[in-house]
Design a protein around this ligand. Structure first.
Ligand code: BT5
Length: 250
């Protein structure tokens, strides 16, 4: 059922019961798999976030990765994460009618807690990207481990019922297809508009940590390249390409 429904846009669909990480699987197998492969697992025992952080992935959540082989310069990478964030926003909206928030660059948020995360990785090097792997994790029917309850939330807790994972996945993947096409054809306005309109940080004081350290700034805008435009303490406007953001209370 799932494969047939995904067939028009997705070249190959792989479904596994349990793997270490769907991102890791695609990184290893990517060479021999076609562009637009979807890898889904019911459960991950070594799910990962950014910077080697771990991602809790018990049964009941939606854990999948996409293998994409576009021809693309490195600078375009940050925009891929925003493309997926827009798709997640709209997929969840189409499925449940709720308007979630997007926390640049890769979090989907509900009332301050994380519903979903995106992990974009590449195989190749700075000069030549061989392929992209985009991992998406959505808390759906799964429990959130007690130590993460203060930052994480599942969709079932918002709508107070169990959801059909396949139907939600189809809605999300339809939106991924839509926004990925906008990305490929350079129609960024649609992608950026969703990310700006539903941002949880724009106009607010945030703490941003990058490889250079932590800083308190104001999030001003999202650039055409997917960067975050910030205003720093000395009122200078700067561009940040990647980083971790947390909201600051005044
Ligand atoms: C992310 O990282 O948000 C990217 C998550 C991507 C997960 C998908 S699942 C399919 C694919 N296969 C993988 O192995 N990964 C991808 P980051 O922004 O670094 O956030 C990680 C942090 O979120 C952790 O350090 C925890 O604090 C928190 N966290 C862990 N598991 C969570 C969960 N299930 N829900 C909410 N927060 C969680």
């Amino acid at each position: 059922y799932l494969e047939a429904s995904l067939a028009p846009h997705w070249q190959k669909v792989i479904v596994e019961k349990e793997v270490e990480s769907t991102n890791k699987m695609l990184k290893e197998l990517g060479e021999s798999l076609p562009d637009k492969t979807v890898f889904i697992a019911s459960k991950q025992w070594g799910g990962t976030g950014r910077l080697g952080r771990s991602w809790s992935s018990p049964e009941g959540g939606l854990w999948f990765s996409l293998l994409l082989k576009p021809v693309l310069p490195m600078e375009e990478l940050p925009l891929i994460t925003l493309t997926m964030a827009a798709a997640l926003w709209e997929g969840i909206y189409n499925h449940l009618g709720i308007q979630v928030k997007i926390k640049w660059p890769n979090d989907i948020i509900w009332e301050g807690k994380k519903l979903a995360g995106i992990l974009t990785g590449i195989k190749g090097d700075m000069d030549k990207v061989d392929y992209l792997i985009v991992g998406i994790g959505v808390n759906v029917n799964n429990p959130i481990p007690p130590e993460l309850e203060y930052i994480g939330l599942s969709l079932k807790d918002i709508v107070k019922r169990q959801l059909n994972l396949n139907h939600l996945l189809l809605d999300i993947l339809n939106c991924v297809e839509k926004y990925y096409q906008l990305f490929l054809t350079n129609k960024r306005e649609g992608i950026l508009a969703i990310n700006k309109r539903h941002s949880t940080i724009l106009g607010k004081a945030i703490e941003i940590s990058t490889f250079k350290g932590k800083e308190e700034v104001i999030a001003r805008d999202i650039g055409d390249d997917g960067s975050l435009i910030i205003e720093d303490k000395s009122k200078r406007i700067r561009k940040v390409l990647s980083g971790d953001v947390s909201l600051k209370k005044w």
